[in-house]
Design a protein around this ligand. Sequence first.
Ligand code: PAF
Length: 271
Amino acid sequence: MKIFKDKQTLQEEILKNKGISFIPTMGGLHKGHISLIKRSKKLKLKILVSIFINPKQFNKKSDFKSYPRNTKKDIKLLKKLKINYLYIPTYKDIYGFKPKKKVFLDKFSKKLCGKFRKGHFAGVLNVVNRFVEIINPKYIFLGKKDYQQIYLIRRHIEKRKISSKIIECKTIREKNGIACSSRNLNLNKSQTKIASNIFYYLYDLKKRIKKNYSLFKQNKIKNDLITLGAKKVDYIENYDVKSFKKIRGPNKKFNLFFAYYIKDTRLIDNI
Ligand code: PAF
């Protein structure tokens, strides 16, 4: 595994390849990332992982500061997984140039997480647009836990006629049901139990809503989550995953999207 800290040397190296499989991360690697890497191996291209905690996608300084960081452990894991390239850029390497393509921000960027984390998706697209320009990957691997992010990156790639293809990978869960996320590292044992109870409650509820849509009563569900130990619920909504339109009645294909806090940790998922 070769490690790069600046884009010039990285580009010199990767230009030699036929195509790159790219897995963007903010570190704090977990089973979800491992599954993206394993999925990427099937395509038999050189694999590039990036670790960059992008300050522009955090709407609160405190959230940026408390985001889990463990680069040493991450490097060890990536070596074990035998990826080819690791890119750990500095802020200047990423933001010190003007990208050729402008970010396309679909109007969905103001919904769900976008409504509660102002500027978040603009920050995600800004950094992804820059990574794509630097790396020109053939494939980009992203996990469905962040379905909203996938949708917006896809819209940007389509609009800006970028040739990279997104490979959506299924959400990987802990044994207790919680979607793997770097933020889970900030939960203690009892908070993890709360997150697990909330997952199973919503998992079961979704099955019941599918049979009887009138059970989707947002205020009641929000109160139930608070009773289970959530501090605050940002949203709980049903969206059609293909069109990314909010659904207002029975529809077999919807996913239940939710975001809530346990103490200061914000968790999102969709089931
Ligand atoms: O999903 C993430 O970890 C980040 O949003 C991403 C795609 C690496 C951009 O910073």
